[in-house]
Design a protein around this ligand. Structure first.
Ligand code: AMP
Ligand code: GLY
Length: 423
């Protein structure tokens, strides 16, 4: 079968890497992909929002299955349009992707169906926001309703700060995403990400991961898309997985069917775990990035089979087998990220780093120029290693990172510290 992956980041590289290993895949394409993805798939210069271009390409190359990676095109309805054109596609409909596209929708769904999450209020003007903030106990969490590229959540230490955050959002700082704001109770505990494949009420649990969203060591500094991740974290026990499935994932899958928005695709639950009890922070309607870079290397089962079973509604006929090892990914980013940064700096040593045992380097944003690798984005590489535990995976990943010669790049030096502390 000919397969097309839509997207061009580290997540899509991991998906292409996994699909390239499938005996069921004849030709693998990625639109638009990047220079590193070209090692595993034929990259085609079609933008993720160019629906007519993608459909024409699928017809021309007789694509039998499309996998959509990023949230933007999913929320915009790319999966609906490809399916309407007769192209089987992995990912949720735009209606189902409201789980990611609207935080207010998800909070109301949780309230209607008894799914544990932080207490919340929806507000659409500053006066109402101020009324809620006046009776809230800091820290207060302020969230823009819509997609805001990871910039839509503010944890405010004081009421004044929370009012300021609301004023900025209503003032248009995040565009349309901030027209409506959700004010939430702050949840204490440790964060965990859990991934499942879902078709309607069918749920196939995948695995858990933890990521590091802050740019600096010790989880300090501004939020990013994610500076590293590992799977599985020691926090994730079989008992916790049962609770996540019984209290959060399955009730959500059922609720979405009951409300006429059956979910089909990868469901990513961002959770807060406190004393062994999980609460939902948010849903994403896709695989995580960089979490995908630590899930796929652990997967022993055929990736295409699982993704097709999700789309076809045959998840009860497949199972997912995993390596016992821990996978850990260190993101290398261009200096300046998540703020402004320059593109085009030269990266050396990649080939040598990738030859280390149990190491795979996923490319999030690279290009080739005059025979050299150059940085072409904020997050640029995801250096991933497998090890018998988090400590070994971490040592292997950093051994590879140190072979990458890139003066204009930086990385966190402590990815996995929580897992290693737990032993
Ligand atoms: P989100 O985009 O909703 O995942 O939020 C981004 C980050 O903000 C999360 O990963 C958490 O670290 C933090 N966060 C969001 N909501 C809460 C909450 N209610 N309590 C504590 N932390 C939160
Ligand atoms: N790593 C966070 C995300 O993919 O949203």
């Amino acid at each position: 079968m000919n397969v097309l992956v839509v997207g061009g980041g580290g997540r899509e590289h991991a998906l292409c890497w996994g699909l390239a290993a499938s005996p069921l895949v004849d030709a693998l394409y990625c639109a638009p992909g990047n220079a590193g993805i070209a090692a595993d798939a034929t990259c085609v210069p079609i933008a993720v929002d160019d629906t007519p271009g993608l459909i024409a390409f699928c017809k021309e190359k007789k694509i039998g299955f499309v996998v959509v990676g990023p949230d933007g095109p999913i929320v915009d309805g790319l999966v609906d349009r490809l399916e309407a054109a007769g192209i089987p596609t992995f990912g949720p409909s735009s209606k189902a992707a409201a789980l990611e596209g609207s935080k207010a929708f998800t909070k109301e769904l949780c309230a209607r169906h008894g799914i544990p999450t932080a207490a919340f209020a929806r507000v659409t003007d500053l006066a109402a926001a101020k009324r809620h903030i006046a009776s809230a106990t800091p820290p207060i969490v302020v969230k823009a309703d819509g997609l805001a590229l990871g910039k839509g959540v503010r944890i405010c230490a004081t009421r004044a700060e929370a009012e300021q955050a609301c004023a900025e959002m209503f003032g248009g700082a995040l565009g349309a995403a901030g027209k409506e704001v959700v004010i939430e109770e702050f949840l204490a505990g440790e964060e965990l990400s859990f991934f499942a494949l879902v078709h309607g009420e069918q749920v196939l649990p995948l695995a858990a991961a933890q990521d590091h969203k802050r740019v600096g060591d010790g989880d300090t500094g501004p939020n990013t898309g994610g500076m590293g991740a590992y799977s599985q974290p020691p926090l994730h026990t079989p008992a916790l997985e049962r609770r996540i499935l019984d209290e959060i994932i399955r009730p959500t899958a059922k609720a979405m069917v009951a409300e006429g928005r059956p979910y089909v695709g990868a469901l990513y639950a961002g959770l807060m775990v406190h004393n062994g009890a999980p609460k939902l922070i948010e849903y994403n309607a896709r695989f995580g990035d960089p979490e995908c870079q630590v899930l796929i290397p652990r997967l022993k089962s055929d990736l295409l089979t699982l993704l097709m079973a999700t789309r076809d509604g045959t998840l009860n006929k497949v199972n997912a087998r995993w390596r016992e090892q821990t996978a850990l990914c260190v993101v290398m980013a261009t200096r300046g990220y998540p703020g402004a940064y320059d593109k085009g700096s030269v990266i050396e040593g990649l080939e040598e780093a990738a030859t280390l045992p149990d190491v795979t380097i996923f490319h999030a944003g690279t290009a080739r120029k005059d025979g050299a690798w150059i940085a072409n984005g904020g997050r640029v590489l995801g250096v991933t290693a497998l090890g018998k535990d988090a400590a070994e995976a971490q040592a292997r990943a950093y051994a590879a990172v140190q072979r990458v010669r890139w003066p204009d790049g930086f990385y966190r030096r402590d990815i996995g510290f929580r897992a290693i502390a737990r032993g």
